[in-house]
Design a protein. Sequence first.
Lengths: 579, 180
Amino acid sequence: MKRVSNRMMQVIDHHRTAFVGLGLTVLVLASVAAGLYSENLHQRQVIQAARVQASIVADSLSGALAFGDQATVSQITTAIRANPEIEALIVLDDKGIPVAHYGETIALLNGRNELRTSDGFTVRVPVAEKGVVLGTVILKQRSEPLELRLARYAGAALLLVAGLSMLTIMAFDTRALARGNRRLREVMEERERAEAALRQSQKMEALGRLTGGIAHDFNNMLAVIIGNLDLFIRRYPDADPKMLRFVSGSQEAARRAAALTQRLLAFSRRQPLDPKATDIGRSIADLSDILRRTLGDAISIETLRAPGLWRANVDTSQFETAVINLTVNARDAMPEGGKLLIECANARLDQSHAEAGDDVTPGDYVMVSVTDTGTGMSPEILSQVFEPFFTTKPVGLGTGLGLSQVHGFVKQSGGHVSLSSEVGRGTTVSLYLPRSLEVSDVPVADRIVRAEHGRRDKIVLVVDDEAGVRDFVCEALTDLGYDVLSAENADQALDIFEEGTRIDILLTDVLMPGRSGRELADEALAHQKDLHVLFMTGYAQDAIVHNGKLDAGTRLVKKPFTIEQIGAELERLERTGDS
Amino acid sequence: MPKTLQNLFTAIIALLLTGGAAASQPTADLETAVKATYLYKFAPFVTWPDPPGDNLTLCIVGADPFGDVLDRAIAGQGYNGRPFRILRLPVVSTDSGCAVAYLGGSGDQSVASALKALKGAPVLTVSQNSQAQGMIDFVNQQGHVRFRVDLAAASESHLKISSKLLAMAVSVRDVSGGPQ
């Protein structure tokens, strides 16, 4: 019902001009018709009046005319003269001879009984009694002058014009109102969409904070669990093997829990970019299952790996995300199916490249190119694809963030991206990732074995508000041969520095009640210049992570960590400090 | 001689319009012609008790001063759509079928005896220059042909005479008697 009336309103709205025009035309025609009718009526009245008048004259004259009473005839015609509407009068006797007359011109009608002229109406009436013709009266009745008639209609016309203009104004007023309403509706819808988008992003942000916070707390707890289990195995290597199996089972479960919290952190984007030497080829091989599922059956995938491929210094998980993003784009460009080629090769960009491309630092890179045989893109689109939220996909199918992530990640990693495309042929995206200069990615555990025994004469100050973490770390470091002091917050830790105690390494949590680990480190370095600082954190915050990358010289160990991992970090710290 | 013809025409029109004021006495021919037209023109101003079903009959009783002037005058005229009939009689009676009777008088029947014969009958009697007068009696007045009306005699014969005709009369003898 409401829809029907809405539909009607739309129809009326759409054809408003036609409706108004039709209405006005009908009104004007009706008015003109009414005017003509009135004019016609007036004319008929004039004719009727003339006939009646002539008949009266004829009747009153008959006697006088019959018996030649000139005086009486003249008397009657003179009396008629007083009527201003009778312009002329002539009285003829039975032989057609004029007996009396007045008025300048009068048509004798030539046998006709009436004659209508523009200025009046002439009528001829016989003077007769009982069929005996005694004479004729010809009378001209003056019609109302045109000016008078027009003046009479002017009032009505004025009313009509006023009505019409009012109607027109009203009609166009509602038209403007309708237009305004439509515009308002559009603006409101636009605003609703924008608010919905904002709510969604706020929701994601809140969800991120929530999951980030949970992950942080979980990491602390997992740190305690994993650490204590580690300690147990270290201290009681000769325990009942059955018991050790229980413990290692628990360790495995705890590590899986830790992996889970990493995924939560990745979702909440609290994960700092952690570049390390990565075998790109192996990463892609690891991804192949996911990529094949992403592409579907219609698209074949081919991977080429150049021999002697360097390692790239990138954050592995971000790199994997980038490859998946590129694959999704390639798939969407090939709705009819096709072929995806992923190539890995070493690339040495020299000065000429640097001059040609923007922001290219000459050097060694690992090149990864993803090529599809899809629809391709025009140069106009190509220039926009890296912009955040730019998408060629239908609403709801693309976030417009895929290539933004790729671009952002590569640029943060110190590499660059090149893109080439041809409409109808396909698209190639090439990532140039900085070559890792690390010699090798030696498993951490190997070195711990060497460092396991012997005093180190190093004092480590452990600062963490979580007693469980603090206790475990203290025990672990003691096991690794360090002398350990502990504090539960920044103030306590600074007291220790102010007492003049010499500290070699400050191992501090980042997020603590009161001053943060970052602030503590700054103040502690003011007391003791050669202090080594190692942060431990459940997740990274701006306090130590800028633009998703660690500040230069800042070292970070992610909770939860095993004794081996913390040992390796401390060793690395000492080595860089010594060198 | 168109000039002469035009002058003559102008003279006739002037005569008709002014009633021939210039002439003190109408010429005999003209007077007779006027009287002839009056004779039939009286009829429409009179109402008979039994309206004449056939042609209205104009009777000339005795001496006939009009001759064919009357016949010419009624040519083309009619009463209630029927032509007048002219009946010339030496003697009139109630059976003569006259509606209007001009009493010229003769040896056979004087005007007075004619009036007597028609007394009380619905016949409009017209006379002139006689001792005995009809209901309408022609007179000359300042060169004009006029008439007197005897309303009493008319009403005695059950004739009604229109006030229009009475207005033209020089005098009217009313029912109560005596000329007005």
